[in-house]
Structures are given as structure tokens and as C-alpha cells.
Design a protein around this ligand. Structure first.
Ligand SMILES: Cc1cc2nc3c(=O)[nH]c(=O)nc-3n(C[C@H](O)[C@H](O)[C@H](O)COP(=O)(O)OP(=O)(O)OC[C@H]3O[C@@H](n4cnc5c(N)ncnc54)[C@H](O)[C@@H]3O)c2cc1C
Length: 466
């Protein structure tokens, strides 16, 4: 047989996970000159784009326009999308290895880190991941219930995801109607009784993980006032010193905004967003029905580690917040894929710079790679996944040159398509997704909204008459 990567014997790659990392990996493969490459991009959902569709906040529509770049990649000859096909359920790694020279896992981080405090199992305490997936219309989460009859809510964590959750809880129905938030979430949030939302950070303002536009946006809400607490936003000597040493203008600006909210007065808006610093939850208290009714928090102070970073240390000052709903937003985490080595302490696929590693031999598994959040953990913005995916694909291309990829028994595009059709007759092609996309846009336009999402797989299949 002719060399792999020629017209007669194309390099056949399966990419599992059609989020940004999967698309960036595809894009880089198609940029290779002098190689004939075929990419099959799989996703367990019928819809592509991963967290761009199901994570990025609906009131940040502009960010979602990155999908235009992915659409261009999907037009390249040699590209196929297999939506509604789950690795580990509809097809196994062993089976895929019979059809492809290489596999790239880009399955993202689909769960979250637990909060191990007494009362964490009470009803009314949820991972932010679930709330985010719910309001974005992820089919697996559409039936989840959140008790929005509560007046006070705590969001534990101070990254951008926590900010998204707090903001969505405080948006007015009119603001939400301008977004592509799932229709059931729009309905539930329009009837919400939430009056106060606390965002809780364990360190100080200079260490807050959220970015400046996010905290600025808190000050621009239509019907929510934002507050911080003067004692908590005054910089302690350690933060002061580290900020002036680093001369980090971005963080200085962020701290100024946070501090400016400490002198805010109520303006009569119906909701309050209160950003707290140097506090950690230590216990959730429940009512007689096993529902959260309050949260104990401890005040922290900062100390400097030997490595020079500032960490929180509990003081003996505690406080109780009366909150009836709690979202934890303390980090996303990957889930293992059947048949793929996993680093359980890090929540990522076991890999070295993107090459999957056999845990016994500590050597690369020939022809298997990973990119994105499932490779490096949940960090960075959408664009961060591009260089990350490029680096993994470059290793794949090195291994191609060195003859270290898989030698599949059936490197045949029609044969794998037939197998997928037998396993999952309702698989979605990219053309199927584009029809669904058009319908969502048209249904949205009819209601003056950017998009009206289909939120169940059955409804998606029915809409296409499949
Ligand atoms: C709530 C939230 C808000 C965010 N907001 C922003 C923002 O405003 N701006 C920004 O730049 N970044 C934002 N990010 C970060 C950005 O979304 C991520 O950097 C990016 O989506 C990670 O890409 P990925 O491809 O690695 O994973 P994902 O986007 O998670 O894609 C993984 C894909 O793999 C699929 N999959 C999983 N398991 C399987 C399987 N077994 N078989 C087949 N398919 C599978 C999933 O369905 C999913 O489509 C946000 C993240 C979150 C969580």
C-alpha cells in the first residue's frame, strides 16, 4: 500500500469532541501541505461547539461568534461530523483503532470539583456546571430543577464561571430575552424570587480570578446593584506589596473597580449582587426537609508560601449567611473515557504534552493524542485551546513521519460510516447540524431573539424528520 497521507491512502484521523479544541485540531491538520488528510469529528451531542454552545453565558453572544471560524473548517474537503455518537457507548477505542491512523481526544471537562464540607449533600446545593448546562439548554440537564423561589443565593468561587452564574441570576426577563438562553430557563428565571446574590472568594481582590470586563459588567446591570465590603477590599500589606512589585496594571484596575463598589449606595434596583472576599464556606445548614437554609463562612487572612504565592488561612472569625440556594463554582474536571488512560488526581487524560501515555510502560500509546481541557485541565479562554491543539497535532505529524501511528485494518471512510449508522441510526452530519442551526435561528427571529435552541435530542431528531 502507498504511504499514509497520499491521495490513495489518506491519513485518517478521528477527533472525539467537537468543542473548540476539536475544531482547532481539525483546522491545523487541514493546513498541512502535501498531505491528504481525512478527519471525522465526533460528538456525543447532535450539536457541535462544546462549551461555546453549552457553557459560554447566553448574555455574551459576541463570544459565541467564534463558531464562524469552526464553520469554515467544516467546509474543508475530507471533513465529516458524526454528532450524537458517544465514544465508549456507541463505539469503543479498540474499534476506532481499526479504522483510523490516529485518534485525538478533545472531550473537555464535563464535571466539577466537589466541596467537601458538612451539609454539602443537602438539597439546594448544586454544582455551577449543572446550572450553566441547564440555562444553556444542554439536553442532559434540561430537566434539572433549581429552587428559584429562594430570595438569597450564594455562589462559591470567584472565577468567570461564578460571575456568569451570578449575572444570569440577576438579569431581568427583558435582558434575558435578548439572549439564546433556553426557553424553559427564561421562563423559570422570569419568575425567580432571587433578591440577593453573594459571590464568595477565599482570597482578596488582588487574587480574584475573574477578569476586569466581568466585574465591570456587574456595575452595569439593569436591575441589580453591586456592593463590596470596605474591610474586605482594602488590600492587606502582602497583596499591596506584591501588586506594586508586579506593576500589573490590569490587576490594579480590577482592584480599583472592586474597591469602588464598596462606596455604592442602594439605588432602588430590585436585586443586590454582593461580592465578598477573604471568606470560605465551612458548613451548610439544612431545614427540617433537608434543604439548605444557611451557610457558615469563616474569614480568612493571607500568608505567603515558600513559593511566594499568597494563600488563605482561616481566622477564628465566622459568620452565618442565610441562603436557600448554593452554587459551587470551584473548578471543572474531566471524566475518564473508557479505554483511555486517565490521571485521576488531575482529572485529565494521562498524557505528555498531548501524547497519551500508557500508565504501565510510561510510553506513548501509538496514535493516540489529546488536546484542550481534557489534556491540560480547565484553564484559559477559547483561544488558549488553539496553540494547545496545534502542539498535539504537531506531535501526531512527527509520529506520522517516524512511522509511529496506528496501522488500521480498515482505513476506509465508507466502512466506518456504515458501522456508525448501524450503531447510531440517528447520527448527525454537519449538514444536519446546519439545518438545525437555520431552524433555531428562524425560530429565534420569530420571537425577536438571536436563537431558540432545541434542548432535547428527540426534538432535534424530529425537527430534521430523521
Ligand atoms: C461556564 C463557562 C463559561 C465560559 N465562558 C467563556 C467565555 O466567555 N469566553 C471564553 O473565551 N471562554 C469561556 N469558557 C472557556 C471555554 O468554553 C473553553 O476554553 C473551551 O470550551 C474548552 O474547549 P474543549 O474543546 O477542550 O472542551 P469543550 O468545549 O467542553 O468540548 C468538548 C466536547 O466533547 C464532547 N464529548 C465529551 N465526551 C464525549 C464522548 N465520550 N464522545 C463524544 N464526544 C464527547 C462534548 O459533548 C463537547 O462537545 C467558558 C467555560 C465555561 C465552563
Amino acid at each position: 500500500m502507498s504511504e499514509v497521507g497520499t491521495v490513495e491512502n489518506p491519513l485518517r484521523v478521528a477527533i472525539i469532541g467537537a468543542g473548540p479544541s476539536g475544531f482547532y485540531a481539525t483546522e491545523h491538520l487541514f493546513k498541512q501541505k502535501g498531505l491528504t488528510i481525512e478527519v471525522d469529528l465526533y460528538d456525543r451531542l447532535p450539536t457541535p461547539f462544546g462549551l461555546v454552545r453549552n457553557g459560554v453565558a447566553p448574555d455574551h453572544q459576541k463570544i459565541k461568534s467564534v463558531t464562524a471560524v469552526f464553520d469554515r473548517t467544516a467546509k474543508k474537503p475530507g471533513f465529516r461530523f458524526f454528532g450524537n455518537v458517544e465514544l465508549g457507548k456507541d463505539i469503543t477505542v479498540e474499534e476506532m483503532r481499526q479504522y483510523y491512523h490516529a485518534l485525538i481526544y478533545t472531550t473537555g471537562a464535563q464535571t466539577d470539583r466537589p466541596m467537601n464540607i458538612p451539609g454539602a449533600d443537602l438539597e439546594g446545593h448544586h454544582p455551577a456546571t449543572e446550572f450553566v448546562a441547564w440555562y444553556n439548554g444542554h439536553p442532559d440537564f434540561r430537566d434539572y430543577q433549581f429552587d428559584l423561589s429562594q430570595e438569597r443565593v450564594a455562589v462559591v468561587g470567584i472565577g468567570n464561571v461564578a460571575m456568569d452564574v451570578a449575572r444570569i441570576l440577576c438579569r431581568t426577563p427583558e435582558e434575558l430575552k435578548q439572549t439564546d438562553i433556553a426557553d424553559y430557563a427564561l421562563d423559570a428565571l422570569s419568575k425567580s424570587n432571587v433578591k440577593e446574590v453573594y459571590v464568595l472568594g477565599r482570597r482578596g481582590p488582588a487574587q480574584a480570578a475573574f477578569t476586569t470586563p466581568e466585574i465591570k459588567e456587574f456595575g452595569e446591570m439593569e436591575d441589580a446593584d453591586v456592593f463590596t465590603i470596605p474591610e474586605e477590599v482594602e488590600l492587606d500589606p502582602l497583596s499591596e506589596a506584591s501588586l506594586s512589585e508586579s506593576a500589573d496594571r490590569g490587576t490594579q484596575r480590577k482592584v480599583e473597580i472592586i474597591q469602588s463598589y464598596a462606596s455604592n449606595q442602594p439605588t432602588g434596583k430590585s436585586r443586590k449582587l454582593i461580592v465578598r472576599f477573604l471568606v470560605s464556606p465551612t458548613e451548610l445548614f439544612g431545614d427540617e426537609n433537608g434543604r439548605v437554609k444557611a451557610m457558615k463562612i469563616v474569614h480568612n487572612e493571607l500568608y505567603k508560601t515558600d513559593a511566594g504565592s499568597l494563600r488563605p488561612k482561616a481566622t477564628d472569625k465566622t459568620e452565618v449567611l442565610d441562603v436557600g440556594l448554593v452554587f459551587r463554582s470551584i473548578g471543572y474536571r474531566g471524566v475518564p473515557l473508557p479505554g483511555v488512560p486517565f490521571n485521576d488526581s488531575w482529572g485529565v487524560i494521562l498524557n505528555e504534552d498531548g501524547r497519551v501515555i500508557n500508565p504501565d510502560t510510561k510510553q506513548p500509546v501509538p496514535g493516540e493524542y489529546t488536546a484542550g481541557w481534557i489534556k491540560r485541565g480547565p484553564s484559559g479562554v477559547i483561544g488558549t485551546n488553539k496553540p494547545d491543539a496545534v502542539a498535539s497535532v504537531d506531535l501526531l505529524l512527527t509520529d506520522l513521519r517516524d512511522g509511529n501511528l496506528i496501522a488500521p485494518t480498515t482505513p476506509d471512510a465508507a466502512a466506518i460510516a456504515a458501522l456508525i449508522a448501524a450503531r447510531q441510526p440517528h447520527y448527525f452530519t454537519y449538514a444536519d447540524w446546519q439545518k438545525l442551526d437555520e431552524l433555531e435561528l428562524a425560530n429565534g427571529a420569530a420571537q425577536g431573539r438571536p436563537r431558540l435552541k432545541f434542548t432535547s435530542v428527540a426534538a432535534m431528531i424530529a425537527a430534521l424528520g430523521k
